[in-house]
Design a protein around this ligand. Structure first.
Ligand code: FES
Length: 71
């Protein structure tokens, strides 16, 4: 599903960016990871939501470690 019509980014693109070694910490960094930049900004809230889901799932999968406590 396309979540950013300005840059034609899909939810899959955002999840992929969240799995990068240097995990983006903001919607702005997600655009950077994907080689583009925010245009109208309408998608920022949706991208943030996908990031929260993707990063929350990654933490749950690792079961917590010294870097971050169990959810
Ligand atoms: S819809 Fe993403 S910047 Fe416009």
């Amino acid at each position: 599903m396309i979540v950013c019509s300005c840059n034609v980014l899909t939810d899959h693109d955002v999840r992929t960016a969240c799995q990068a070694e240097t995990r983006p910490r903001s919607a702005g960094q997600v655009y950077g990871c994907l080689g583009c930049s925010a245009q109208c900004g309408r998608c920022a809230r949706t991208i943030r939501k996908i990031m929260d889901e993707a990063l929350g799932a990654a933490e749950a999968a690792c079961g917590g470690c010294s870097g971050h406590p169990k959810p």
